[in-house]
Design a protein around this ligand. Structure first.
Ligand code: IDP
Ligand code: MG
Length: 140
């Protein structure tokens, strides 16, 4: 296993409920370092660009509305096997199917408002990190 970086987003349902600190604690307790972080409000267009891979999916429009409905916290996580590790800590997309102890099991409201995003591959992690961060903003 290698040290990797992955893009994480704390979604509007979670920032609205003041869950940023609790979610960050889950990430850090799992051994993921938060090496960059900022709270921003996505425009509809920026959300569409981020989720472009999903543009043919039936939930795309609702998802882009949701992701631009309030503040998000975008962050770069770093650690051994960080991409897969973060996906394990997040839990399944649908919180009803998520394992006990995962972020989505503990905090998600539903399959759309599911509190966190995490990159699913090295290729997507590289694209998604560059979508929000300059190299100079990432301090490992
Ligand atoms: P992931 O976030 O677990 O990787 P994806 O399939 O990549 O799941 O979907 C991206 C996001 O789109 C999900 O996190 C969720 O917010 C939303 N989403 C996925 N599937 C559905 C659905 O069936 N209905 C509504 N929203 C969905
Ligand atoms: Mg995904």
């Amino acid at each position: 296993m290698a040290v990797e970086r992955t893009l994480s987003i704390i979604k509007p349902d979670a920032t609205r409920r003041n869950l940023t600190g609790k979610i960050n604690a889950c990430l850090e307790d799992a051994g993921l370092g938060i090496v960059a972080q900022k709270r921003i409000r996505l425009t509809r267009e920026r959300a569409e660009g981020f989720y472009a891979v999903h543009k043919e999916r039936p939930f795309f429009n609702d998802l882009c509305d949701f992701m631009s409905s309030g503040p998000v916290v975008v962050q770069v996580l770093e650690g051994e096997d960080a991409i897969a590790k973060n996906r394990r800590v997040m839990g399944a997309t649908n919180p009803e199917e998520a394992d006990e102890g995962t972020i989505r099991k503990q905090f998600a409201e539903n399959i759309e408002a599911n509190s966190v995003h995490g990159s699913d591959s090295r290729e997507n992690a590289a694209f998604e990190i560059a979508y929000f961060f300059d190299d100079s903003e990432i301090v490992g």
